[in-house]
Write a protein that binds this ligand. Structure first.
Ligand SMILES: Nc1nc2c(ncn2[C@@H]2O[C@H](COP(=O)(O)OP(=O)(O)OP(=O)(O)O)[C@@H](O)[C@H]2O)c(=O)[nH]1
Ligand SMILES: [Mg+2]
Length: 319
């Protein structure tokens, strides 16, 4: 049986928790400490409300999710006013239920074959690296993988993808710099069928999303892919850099409007990211978060897990 389970790696959630804990700062201080301070006074005043609101916004939670969290506390004033533990429990429950809405792992089915993933995003968010990590993951699960070098804009892009191909034992289909990306990916799909490959992952260029040309190019790629089979691509995965905060949300909206996304991969949660962006994504977009990236290495990726993420943000520092 080759299909990937929702979470096939036993220790993945634990490992994710550890990595996120060391990375996620939610600003200079952990959010939990600030909540302890705010709710530890045994009251729930306008002042406390405003202070928490400000703190959540600083943590990239975004206006919609912040307002909702504050409303939830307002709806349970006794818990909010009774001190840190009860107030935190309200917040934890809300955060968990919100994040569970976007916890929907990508499962590679036996059919259709090949399963085709188109990876998109603005430049530098971690598309090519995420593709490399996914190739490693799928190969470990026993799938054969073919990578399509649809970023023909940058000279080094093909080399970067080829290096991941070698490292993970995946076939790479590429053409010269400047080639038509849609044609490269079309060729890759033919090649994948001929070789009976299980999974195709297509890389794309990531010039600024504000340059209209990128969306047009990506739309064309999708159109050409669907000529092979109208269900292709089976997954249109947007890669977002969590350290870009609310800007990542803007990107997600634009890509979703233009291309109809089916999933997100959120990278760089090991860095300066404040972590709240996942709450903003859940509240304002509701798109499935398939993976989270926590480093530059092949293993630094995990299936998004709402419980582990909530614990990383709000759990006991020593746990
Ligand atoms: N710390 C950290 N760095 C990451 C992560 N994912 C990617 N990177 C780094 O981010 C940089 C950009 O990654 P790429 O994979 O080249 O990004 P890209 O989206 O393909 O960029 P373009 O091809 O230029 O559009 C590289 O230095 C990666 O090593 C992550 O989860 N954590
Ligand atoms: Mg790239």
């Amino acid at each position: 049986m080759k299909s990937s389970n929702a979470n096939p790696r036993d220790n993945e959630s634990g490992g994710l928790l550890k990595k996120l804990r060391s990375g996620l700062k939610w600003g200079k201080q952990r959010l939990r400490n600030d909540i302890a301070e705010l709710l530890g006074r045994g009251r729930w005043s306008d002042e406390d409300r405003e202070a928490l609101e400000e703190r959540l916004l600083q943590a990239d939670v975004g206006v919609a999710a912040t307002t909702w969290l504050i409303d939830e506390l307002d709806a349970q004033p006794r818990a909010a006013a009774s001190g840190f533990t009860d107030g935190l429990a309200v917040i934890e429950n809300c955060v968990l239920s919100l994040l569970q809405r976007i916890e929907e792992p990508l499962v590679i089915p036996e059919q259709p074959k090949p399963f085709v993933i188109l990876v998109v995003g603005v430049n530098g968010t971690g598309k090519t690296t995420t593709i490399g990590k996914l190739a490693q993951r799928f190969a470990t699960d026993g799938h054969s993988v073919l990578l399509a070098a649809g970023d023909t804009f940058r000279a080094a892009a093909v080399e970067q993808l080829s290096a991941w191909g070698q490292r993970t034992g995946s076939t790479v289909v590429a053409q010269a710099q400047g080639a038509d990306p849609a044609a490269v990916i079309f060729d890759a799909l033919s090649s994948a069928s001929a070789r009976d490959v299980d999974v195709v992952i297509a890389d794309t260029a990531g010039r600024l999303h504000t340059a209209g040309g990128l969306m047009d190019e990506l739309k064309k790629i999708k159109r050409v892919m669907s000529k092979v089979d109208e269900s292709i691509p089976h997954e249109t995965l947007l890669v977002l850099d969590a350290s870009q905060g609310q800007n990542a949300l803007v990107q997600a909206r634009e890509f979703h409007d233009a291309l109809g996304l089916t999933g997100l991969a959120v990278t760089k949660l090991d860095g300066t990211a404040k972590g709240g962006i996942l709450l903003a994504i859940a509240k304002e977009l509701g798109l499935p978060v398939r993976y989270v990236g926590t480093g530059e290495g092949a293993e630094d990726i995990a299936t998004f897990n709402a419980r582990a993420y909530t614990d990383a943000l709000l759990g006991e520092p020593s746990a």
